[in-house]
Write a protein that binds this ligand. Structure first.
Ligand code: GH3
Ligand code: MG
Length: 311
């Protein structure tokens, strides 16, 4: 089972069709089997299919198993799937070389079905546990959205990617209006329920897979908007404010509206050497401050000449 509870995917990379068939027959009950017949094709398949486990032949032409393993460990675009080496050599040297390259285990030929199955089962279980822990560590307990730590990591990656690709990226800082008054009026527990509802509205509002929505702090959320220009920010700001207002969650103590509302500050940047994430988020924070100052239940975009409107 994978961390998501679905079927695990096992990638077999081997330049010998017979070995692939033999291995596939042995482990077919343990997951979905995919295969590649050389190192380069195997890496490409790993990139696209993100397998939970890789069974990797050591002795292959062009790119051997050690090199495949090293590339998996070094390339951030590749999933760090555990690799079990399959080899005819059972020497200590070759085992050490495999472990040094990043393999988690070894299976030596001739292949014995119960041994292969036991090793595969163990590493699939470990991988599922690891993925589950990683999933929990990146989530906020109350809302289920990503937490700030995860956001900061992804922001750094996306910042670098947009810099490489010379593309604009956007960010939105979103803060619930008069939330202290909400707690004072309805109690902290209702406050939690309200936060969950607002988080759900913002989180389920992602329109593209690369968008990342996280809880940034108490009643503040952050949305990373990849490949977004100023017009896209305007559109998103109006849309997200409208989306939360449309929940019509009563807020009798609000000084702004009879329902729960949010304010948003947005900013876009074309990352360049010398520009910083702090500066980028600082711009969005100042725009949020303006939205709060100028009435709440609205958004502001941090840009010269960019418009700024209520929902
Ligand atoms: P503004 O419109 O200026 O943002 O006013 P505000 O009252 O929302 O802002 P302020 O920063 O004064 O208060 C935020 C409140 O949010 C205070 C804090 O107790 C509450 N809060 C933060 N995290 C949670 C949470 O997890 N659950 C609940 N129920 N309340 C929270
Ligand atoms: Mg607030």
């Amino acid at each position: 089972m994978s961390a998501q509870g679905g079927e695990s995917t096992i990638l077999i990379i081997d330049d010998n069709a017979e070995t692939i068939q033999l291995l596939a027959a042995m482990v077919r009950d343990q997951g979905k089997i995919i295969f590649a017949m050389d190192g380069a094709a195997g890496l490409e398949m790993a990139r696209r299919q993100r397998p939970q486990l890789i069974l990797l032949d050591v002795e292959m032409h062009h790119m051997d198993g050690f090199e495949v393993c090293r590339r998996i460990a070094a390339d951030p675009d590749l999933p760090h799937s555990p690799v079990i080496f399959v080899t005819a050599h059972d020497s200590t040297e070759s085992e050490l070389a495999g472990l040094a390259a990043g393999a988690v285990d070894f299976i030596t030929k001739p292949l014995i079905a119960p041994v292969v199955q036991a090793r595969v089962r163990t590493h699939l279980r470990l991988q599922a546990a690891l993925q589950s822990l990683q999933g929990q560590a990146s989530r906020d307990g109350l809302t289920g959205l990503y937490n700030r730590r995860f956001f900061d990591e992804r922001m750094a990656e996306e910042f670098a990617r947009h810099q490489r690709q010379r593309d604009l990226m956007g960010v939105a800082l979103i803060d619930v209006d008069h939330f202290k008054l909400y707690n004072d009026h309805y109690g902290h527990q209702m406050g939690d329920t309200c936060l969950k509802a607002v988080a759900e509205a913002i989180g389920s509002g992602t329109r593209r897979p690369a968008e990342i929505v996280a809880r940034y702090g108490g009643e503040e959320f952050v949305v990373l908007l990849p490949n977004s220009d100023w017009a896209a920010l305007e559109h998103y700001g109006a849309w997200i404010c409208g989306r939360v207002a449309a929940l019509q969650l009563p807020h009798a103590a609000s000084l702004t509206a009879p329902h729960v509302s949010i304010s948003a500050g947005l900013s876009a940047i074309l990352p360049e050497p010398g520009s910083s994430i702090e500066m980028f988020l600082g711009q969005a924070d100042r725009a949020l401050y303006l939205a709060k100052q100028q009435g709440r239940n609205c958004y502001r975009v941090a840009a010269e000449g960019a418009g700024s409107h209520g929902p």
